[in-house]
Design a protein around this ligand. Structure first.
Ligand SMILES: [Zn+2]
Length: 294
């Protein structure tokens, strides 16, 4: 058989090769050790030989001391997050003004729709917003308390600005009542919480911003001691969007286009006011400086 032609390898030969292999391996290991030791020595301060062959696990650098924010808060001011409170007038058992032209068309429905549109637009713009209601409800069963709770909500949220949305009506007992139309912005100046900015300026800005967007006749700004204006601590305005007692205004109030444009106008007015307040971004949130009032 063919394999018998090859002689069986001699044990001596095999042993000799094996020894050579062990010797080579030892030399190789010695060289590797030498390299590892040399590399280890290069990076250490020479206190421990053992440390040079131990692979040191990665240790993250210690967390630096908390540094103060890179924002200097001016003396006499506080830094607060921007939050706008939008108040949809009336709700639930309180319908607000009612249409003389159509059954079951109420102020409360228009105010809620516009308020929710403003909420969505502000949210899209990255501005924090709170609405006093987002359903057909009122905050309390009597009007006095209901209005107090709306102002209280704004104060508790330390709101930057407050906007209350309403629909106007003219007393139909008066001659020519149905001819009265347009928008009015109500305000009441209070103890200012911002340097050089008050409710009156806010009202002026708001009226122009809304008129620019929806084209309604702007009847101007009116100082008035209304509950939500008196009881809120921040610049506040009450927008009487249009007259439900005027046929053309009534049709506007019914249309989604007018409501959307009014909401865009209110949002623009808020943005312009925030610009004047020099609102700034810090770590992804918007902030404003307020007077401490002391
Ligand atoms: Zn109202």
């Amino acid at each position: 058989m063919a394999y018998l032609k090859f002689p069986k390898p001699e044990p001596r030969f095999k042993l000799k090769n094996h020894t050579r292999f062990i010797a080579s391996l030892l030399v190789f290991l010695l060289m590797v050790t030498a390299v590892v030791v040399a590399l280890g020595k290069r990076g250490e301060t020479g206190d421990s030989e053992a440390a040079s062959v131990v692979v040191t696990p990665f240790v993250p650098p210690p967390t630096p001391e908390l540094t103060p924010p890179p924002i200097e808060i001016p003396a006499g001011k506080t830094m607060e997050k921007v939050k706008v409170v939008i108040d949809a007038g009336h709700g639930g058992d309180d319908p607000g003004t009612t249409s003389p032209y159509e059954d079951e068309f109420y102020e409360k429905e228009v105010t809620l729709d516009i308020a929710l549109k403003v909420r969505d637009l502000l949210t899209e713009a990255g501005i924090d917003v709170v609405v006093t209601r987002d359903t057909d409800t009122r905050l309390a069963n009597n009007q006095r308390e209901d209005l107090m709770l709306r102002a209280q909500l704004a104060n508790e949220n330390s709101a930057t600005l407050f906007v209350s949305i309403h629909v106007n009506a003219y007393d139909l007992k008066f001659k020519g009542a149905r001819q009265v139309n347009g928008m009015e912005i109500y305000y009441l100046n209070k103890q200012p919480i911002y340097d050089g900015f008050n409710s009156e300026q806010f009202a002026g800005i708001m009226g122009k911003a809304i008129q620019t967007q929806n084209g309604i006749y702007n009847r101007g700004i009116i100082e008035s001691d209304l509950s939500v204006l008196r009881n809120t601590k921040m610049p506040a305005v009450l927008v009487e969007t249009a007259y439900i007692t005027n046929q053309e205004d009534h049709d506007r109030l019914k249309s989604d286009e007018f409501r959307t444009n009014t909401a865009i106008g209110i949002t623009e007015g808020i943005k312009q006011a925030l610009d004047i307040l020099e609102v700034f971004e810090y770590e992804g949130d918007l902030y404003v400086f307020k007077e401490t009032g002391s």
